[in-house]
Design a binder for this molecule. Structure first.
Ligand code: A3D
Length: 326
């Protein structure tokens, strides 16, 4: 058999959209694998550790004929390979272990995220940055400050994961399909996150009409502690399957310009009475990134919970500012 006029080698790579995943640990590798399986883009997996991104990328590529997906996956330690990325997912940093809160990671991770962001934006000035590293609200703030990108192109992942956890607990409690459940968890990605039962529904019916107050409260409590529950069980690190899936849900909305309405950490400019901080709010997510904030009519008690959560975000941001990394 003979082919003519074929484009080969380097020219063939990156005809699709290009996604870089920085950090080839648990979340990064899971997100890369899920994104490849959905054929969202060609993927560059980068890490500081030599061999690991290369090994994981090759392993994923070797799974492609078995699973039947077309995506090039490159593992690297060299930022030159990330040039011209459309979307960059930042998962680099340390994860928590039992007894640690997300906030305990701040000092180590702020330097890592600042360094990664500097190197990424130099070679991908038009990219959309999707930050995952914890403490999320402070790390996405760091990426915004360092990159100088508009708010549409710096987004944090947290709400999709937290809402996913809430949806799974609702499905279990009511014994109904996860397909008919939606949920919204807003606020910061910490113990003060704000699950919104009124806006969490089964086939459009609020769970406040389907469960007792005590059952709703138990679900909200388990949602807010969802990350710690997994850390307690794993003992060596934190969750990665659901976080990886949440990242890919957002990547899909962006790369395929879906205009989904998803809870994301967005830089607020007056919405919800917040100015100059990242908070989890419903956003329109499409080809331009964070294309708009959806302002829900919150009850005074819900608004109070948002502002309590804002206080913890502010405390984290003050710590970042005090470290003088910018
Ligand atoms: P882990 O499996 O330890 O992977 C982190 C990876 O980052 C490792 O492979 C490191 O080698 C790599 N790394 C460290 N420094 C650098 C650097 N300067 N440049 C490039 N790579 C580097 O952790 P994980 O994947 O489980 O978690 C990663 C981060 O995501 C942690 O901070 C977690 O807390 C966070 N996380 C956030 C959520 C949210 O919902 C926001 C969920 C799950 C995990």
């Amino acid at each position: 058999m003979q082919w003519s006029g074929m484009i080969r080698g380097d020219n063939r790579f990156f005809q699709r959209k290009k996604v870089t995943v920085v950090g080839s640990g648990n979340v990064g590798a899971t997100a890369a694998f899920l994104a490849a399986q959905r054929e969202l883009a060609d993927i560059v997996l980068l890490d500081v550790v030599e061999g690991v991104p290369q090994g994981k990328a090759l392993d994923m590529y070797e799974a492609s004929p078995i699973q039947g997906y077309n995506a090039n996956i490159l593992g690297t330690n060299d930022y030159a390979d990330t040039a011209g990325s459309d979307l960059v997912i930042i998962t680099a940093g340390i994860a928590r272990k039992p007894g640690m809160s997300r906030d305990d990671l701040l000092v180590t991770n702020v330097n890592i995220v600042a360094d990664v962001t500097r190197k990424i934006v130099e070679l991908s000035p038009d990219a959309i940055l999707l930050v995952v590293t914890n403490p999320l609200d402070a790390m996405v703030y760091t990426a915004k400050r360092v990159s100088g990108f508009p708010r549409s192109r710096v987004i944090g992942m947290a709400g999709v994961l937290d809402s996913g956890r809430m949806r799974s607990f609702i499905a279990q409690a009511l014994d109904v399909s996860i397909e008919d459940i939606s949920a919204f968890v807003l606020g910061g990605h910490g113990d003060t996150m704000v699950p919104l039962p009124r806006y969490s529904t089964v086939a459009g019916v609020s769970i406040t009409e389907l469960m007792s107050e005590a059952e709703v409260a138990a679900i909200c409590q388990r949602t807010a502690q969802g990350g710690a529950e997994i850390v307690q069980l794993l003992k060596t690190g934190s969750a990665f399957y659901a976080p990886g899936a949440a990242v890919v849900e957002m990547a899909d909305a962006i790369l395929n310009d879906k205009n989904r309405v998803l809870p994301c950490a967005a830089y607020l400019e007056g919405e919800y009475g917040v100015n100059g901080y990242f908070m989890g709010v419903p956003c329109k997510l499409g080809g331009g990134g964070m294309e708009g904030v959806v302002e829900l009519d919150l009850l005074p008690s819900e608004m109070e919970a948002m502002h309590r959560s804002l206080e913890s975000v502010k405390a984290l941001v003050a710590q970042v500012d005090a470290l003088g990394v910018f």
